[in-house]
Design a protein around this ligand. Structure first.
Ligand code: CTP
Ligand SMILES: C[C@](O)(CO)[C@H](O)COP(=O)(O)O
Length: 226
């Protein structure tokens, strides 16, 4: 019976967030942001293992207690997100048919409903799939300060995570993890010529990236647990 393993890349430095303490360790309602992400994935009965990939030099993780029985930690972070995921995948000792759900530590507001929707809609799909948000705004292209063009938004989606693929296919796709074109797992799978499923995500499942994002995440989590 294949397992479902959540792999959480959490080895980034958060340069756009701009704090000495990386954003995944910024406190939200008294817990590090990463703990909220871990809680959602550990709380899903359909997920068998939750593996966090942190930087080899991470000096924050051990400052907190992580009581979740299914949680594992790997000090295997790499120079890029793709390389952190590839390193973590290599250390998982997963079977080829196991499902690997890669989820950004920085997406701490993922809801159980959206996670379950991904699991249900991907099911046993031959390729796998991702949560994504259809573009609802007009899309402009250009450098800061001046519009260069308006980009047609038909069939445009903003990729989210989790992104779920069989361990064997994902390992094959991430052999090229150093390719700068690989910014998510789906792009690596697409380079193999496959078309992952698109599953509608949710605006709340945004990625904490900029300083102002922390207050938004706090508000979402407060409303969810009110
Ligand atoms: N070498 C890296 C870079 C990123 N990540 C993780 O990948 C997720 C999404 O990446 P991003 O939001 O870009 O995080 P950072 O790389 O930390 O941010 P920045 O690009 O602003 O430095 C985050 O949970 C981050 O911790 C990782 O595990 N290893
Ligand atoms: C994986 C991802 O969250 C999908 O949108 C995104 O590609 C991560 O980008 P980042 O620059 O590594 O945050």
């Amino acid at each position: 019976m294949s397992q479902r393993i959540a792999l959480i890349p959490a080895a980034g430095h958060g340069s756009r967030f701009g704090t000495a303490t990386p954003k995944q360790y910024q406190l939200l309602h008294g817990q590090p942001l990463l703990a909220h992400t871990v809680n959602v994935l550990c709380g899903c009965a359909a997920i068998d293992r939750v593996v966090v990939v942190i930087s080899p030099g991470d000096e924050w993780f051990d400052s907190y207690s992580w009581p979740q029985a299914k949680l594992e930690v790997l000090r295997a972070g790499g120079a890029s997100r793709a390389q952190s995921v590839a390193n973590g995948l290599a250390a998982l000792a997963a079977d080829e048919d196991d499902w690997v759900l890669v989820h950004d530590a920085a997406r701490c507001c993922l809801s159980p409903d959206a996670l379950q929707r991904l699991l249900d809609e991907v099911g046993d799909d031959a390729i796998g799939g991702i949560l994504a948000q259809p573009v609802a705004d007009t899309v402009k292209q250009g450098k800061v300060g001046r519009i260069a063009a308006t980009v047609p938004r038909d069939n445009l989606w903003l990729a989210q995570t989790p992104q779920m693929f069989r361990a064997g296919l994902l390992a094959e796709a991430l052999q090229d993890a150093a390719n700068p074109a690989i910014t998510d797992e789906a792009s690596a799978i697409e380079l193999l010529g496959h078309a992952p499923r698109l599953v509608v995500g949710e605006a709340q499942n945004f990625k904490v990236t900029w300083p102002g994002d922390l207050a938004l995440a706090a508000a979402i989590l407060a409303a969810r647990h009110a």
